[in-house]
Design a protein around this ligand. Structure first.
Ligand code: URP
Ligand code: ZN
Ligand code: ZN
Length: 470
């Protein structure tokens, strides 16, 4: 199908300008200056003309951190690839990169087949995989090469969750050394899990069982210390490092110092850490706080973490906003920890809301329009070896395009969202901006409040190396 998107302002990581976009089949064919002579004939031959007057035309979002159907915390994340990818499309995200699970002692390569079984033919948008490695051993190091050949070029290690996903410092160092040789990207869950387990046991012994204690037993020092250690190990190995879901301002300050010294280290944060807080959300009355249990935890607003994270997004000390979409319903899932916060499955669902919530940062004067696109599409595409196929509207790129109405509004809540989740972490929030039309590889999947996609549309993306390697 040929589509002409006419009259809008195309926004890239470099800036914004009035441009018309021509889509031919699955690809962007051309960007044409308005008023150009070629437009007349294109408009006549286009099978569909989308009037984008007054709208922004932006690259489809790239969410580099999701957990669809992830077995975790004694249950399984509630969104399947089908429901979660559809919700992502509703919110203007056209690519997700999901984590294949591995547990210590299990054969690593069993995971990719299981993830293809879940995702292939079930995804509304294109998708790639990262690989989790737990308790790294020789088998895991060998599997890394095989996975790289399959287009899985990034590997998440955990300094948290002892007995579940944890790797010790020696295992981490060996993985980083292998990554330095192969060009793989190591992603780090940077929390000192051994210390946290002591604090959790002590809190429970004191009778502190409510969800809020999930936050107080994971103080910022446990994130900062692990961040520092991970950076030092990466420095010894000479490997690049990407730290996921950062929430403590002190940990990002440590990352920023390492970046200033020239180390090739990167940080990601997520909307929940920009908007939600320890006091208002994790310590909400009764069991309400369970909705907001995730790791790293939400941080104190009184201490100013949220504002600092926005600043770090502007200065590029934080380079990417992902969702860490890992939804668990209150009923029968979060409820597993009704008498003990340490049994509440960790995770928040938000794959649908990232583009809108971060656009709110533009409205609030925290980041520029171009930075919105860079954080949510262009940098994650580059970081995870997908650019320029994804992350930009360029001739020859996949036609993943969102028509975004800055004059519209979006109300977030459980009655209107499309995620398989029985609550919303942002219930009742009204944000400026609205996703009007979403195109995934040339196919209109969301249009004017209607879903037109299909679960057989999304394709697996064999990713290249991170484009931030030195
Ligand atoms: O609480 C979280 N973040 N759940 C998902 C697993 C992870 O560590 O990313
Ligand atoms: Zn994590
Ligand atoms: Zn995660």
């Amino acid at each position: 199908m040929t589509i002409l998107i006419r009259g809008g302002t195309v926004v890239s990581a470099a800036g914004a300008s009035p441009m018309d976009v021509v889509i031919d089949g699955e690809k962007v064919a051309a960007l044409v200056a308005p008023g150009s002579e070629v437009l007349g004939s294109l408009a006549e031959s286009a099978e569909r003309v989308i009037d984008a007057t007054g709208r922004y035309v932006v690259p489809g979002g790239v969410d580099g951190h999701t957990h669809m159907e992830m077995p975790f915390g004694g249950t399984t994340a509630s969104d399947t690839f089908e429901t979660g990818s559809r919700a992502a499309a509703w919110g203007g995200t056209t690519t997700i990169v999901d984590f294949i699970v591995h547990r210590s002692g299990e054969p690593v390569l069993d995971g990719i087949a299981a993830w293809h079984d879940k995702a292939d033919g079930n995804c509304a948008i294109d998708f790639g995989f990262h690989q989790i490695l737990s308790g790294v051993d020789d088998d895991a190091l060998k599997a890394m090469d095989e996975l790289m050949r399959e287009g899985v070029t990034s590997f998440k290690l955990f300094m948290g969750y002892p007995g579940v996903f944890f790797s010790d410092d020696g295992q981490i160092l060996r993985t980083m050394q292998a990554a330095a040789d192969s060009g793989a990207l190591v992603m780090m869950h940077a929390e000192n899990g051994i210390a946290i387990d002591v604090l959790v046991a002590q809190a429970l012994a004191r009778g502190q069982r409510a969800p809020g204690y999930h936050g107080t037993t994971r103080p910022w020092e446990t994130e900062e210390e692990a961040t520092h250690r991970a950076i030092m190990l990466a420095r010894i190995a000479g490997a690049p490092l990407y730290i996921v879901h950062m929430s403590a301002k002190q940990a990002v300050a440590t990352l920023a110092r390492a970046r200033d010294e020239g180390l090739n280290v990167f940080g990601e944060t997520c909307p929940q850490y920009l908007y939600l807080s320890l006091e208002e959300h994790l310590f909400a009355p009764g069991f309400e706080g369970a909705k907001y249990v995730c790791s790293t935890p939400l941080r104190s607003r009184a201490e100013g973490h949220q504002d600092e994270l926005w600043n770090y997004l502007r200065t590029n000390d934080l380079s990417v906003v992902s969702t860490d979409h890992c939804p668990f319903c209150m009923k029968e899932q979060k409820e597993l920890g009704v008498d003990d916060f340490s049994r509440i499955p960790n995770g928040i669902g938000g794959v649908e809301h990232r583009m809108d919530l971060i656009y709110q940062g533009v409205v609030d004067g925290r980041i520029s329009l171009a930075r919105w696109v860079e954080l949510c599409a262009t940098t994650p595409a580059r970081m995870f070896g997908l650019y320029p196929q994804k992350g930009a509207i360029l001739a020859g790129a996949d036609a993943d395009v969102v028509v975004y109405d800055p004059a519209g509004t979006t109300t977030i809540g459980v009655d209107t969202h499309h995620m398989r989740l029985d609550y919303s972490a942002y219930e009742g929030t009204v944000v400026a901006g609205h996703v009007d039309t979403v195109i995934s590889r040339g196919r209109v999947v969301v249009d004017d409040g209607a879903y037109l996609g299909s679960k057989s549309h999304g394709r697996f993306l064999r990713r290249g190396l991170s484009q931030y390697l030195l």
